[in-house]
Design a protein around this ligand. Structure first.
Ligand SMILES: Nc1nc2c(ncn2[C@@H]2O[C@H](COP(=O)(O)OP(=O)(O)OP(=O)(O)O)[C@@H](O)[C@H]2O)c(=O)[nH]1
Length: 341
């Protein structure tokens, strides 16, 4: 703290001295700038704060400029000029000052105009430095930690985002694979129409619908006649091609909502929702003729035998399938015909 000067003086000197003394209580160094002469008086404590001997540096503004850290210089000058030129009402900055040993000390600097000429132009400015080094280092360390934490959060968020995306893609791929697997498990590999498993699933659903709403539905089963002869005379591969062609001929004549499946061997079955028995029989007739006319290069005429029945509410599914099978059995005795049962 500045020592109390008790020598007698004028009233103005007394008030300046009082001010400096008061400032020395709340600060670590005082500066007093006579703007007209550019002379700067610095308190002994100001020199001590930076490790210099009192009054060992030139008493002008250049001394201040020289000890400000180059990285802080621009910011400090901007704030100082803003106050001096009236663009800002306060001058208060924190920056690093070079000490005698070459190290830098963080200080806070707060100054105000103190005297003015008759035109109101400032002629004197007085200010106080405080050593805020420890607090500033702690603050900077905290900022650094916050920054690291923020970066860590960002990379964690990115990681979670990437993992979530990868998981979503893996789930989607799995769902697609499961859908493909399910489709494959319900398709006859040779003819690419539904297999027995798919048909039974559809049939059960339709049967339940019938129990609830009583909507009419018919079933049709057909079997190629003398198919063994085709295999025996032309070979198994030719037999396969005939099965594929038959499936294609029939499939093209059915509706989207019909379920057409390979029941086994050379036997096929069709579920015809919302179809009365008479309409199913008419369809069977059209299919019978289509197969006869189909462009399947065979030395003998290709024919098929059909059985048609209507689903009856309350009737057991197995009983109904047996009735359809019995009908086909009867049709096969005659061949190339349709039995309604
Ligand atoms: N090429 C081929 N032949 C099959 C396939 N599945 C079953 N078969 C053959 O179909 C023939 C069925 O013979 P059968 O049950 O005697 O029937 P069919 O010769 O048509 O005689 P009917 O039905 O009484 O007119 C057998 O020769 C089986 O080997 C297949 O996927 N491909």
């Amino acid at each position: 703290m500045e020592e109390l000067d008790v020598t007698p003086c004028t009233e103005a000197d007394t008030s300046a001295r009082t001010l400096r003394y008061a400032l020395s209580i709340v600060s670590d160094g005082i500066w007093d700038w006579d703007i007209r002469s550019n002379h700067v008086t610095r308190s002994p404590s100001w020199y001590v704060m930076l490790g210099y001997d009192p009054d060992s540096l030139p008493e002008n503004v250049a001394t201040w400029h020289e000890i400000i850290h180059p990285e802080d210089f621009g910011r400090v000058m901007f704030a100082f000029d803003a106050y001096v030129q009236g663009r800002s009402g306060v001058y208060r900055e924190e920056y690093r000052c070079r000490c005698l040993d070459g190290n830098y000390l963080w200080v806070s600097d707060h100054g105000r105009f103190f005297e003015f000429d008759d035109d109101g132009k400032p002629t004197r400015m007085i200010g106080a430095h405080r050593n805020v080094h420890e607090r500033k280092l702690a603050e900077l360390a905290l900022q650094e930690k916050n920054h690291e934490l923020h970066q860590l959060n960002l990379s964690l968020e990115l990681l979670v985002q990437t993992r979530t995306e990868a998981l979503r893609e893996a789930n989607q791929a799995l769902a697609e694979q499961a859908a493909v697997a399910l489709r494959l498990s319900e398709i006859d590999p040779l003819t690419q129409i539904a297999n027995r498993r798919r048909f039974e699933h559809q049939l059960h659903a339709e049967w339940q619908r019938l129990q609830r709403h009583g909507h009419g539905c018919s079933l049709m089963m057909f079997d190629l006649d003398h198919f063994k002869r085709i295999n025996d005379s032309l070979g198994h591969q030719a037999g396969d091609r005939v099965l594929v062609a038959v499936a294609e001929v029939v499939r093209r004549r059915l509706r989207e909502e019909d379920c057409f499946a390979r029941w086994g061997g050379e036997e096929f079955i069709v579920l015809l929702p919302e179809t009365a028995c008479e309409a199913a029989r008419e369809l069977a007739e059209r299919l019978r003729l289509s197969l006869r006319r189909a462009d399947i290069s065979l030395p003998t005429q290709l024919t098929a035998s059909f059985s048609v029945t209507a689903m009856r509410p309350g009737e057991d599914l197995m009983v109904m399938l047996r009735r359809l099978d019995d009908g086909l059995y009867r049709a096969k005795r005659q061949r190339d015909c349709i039995v309604t049962c």
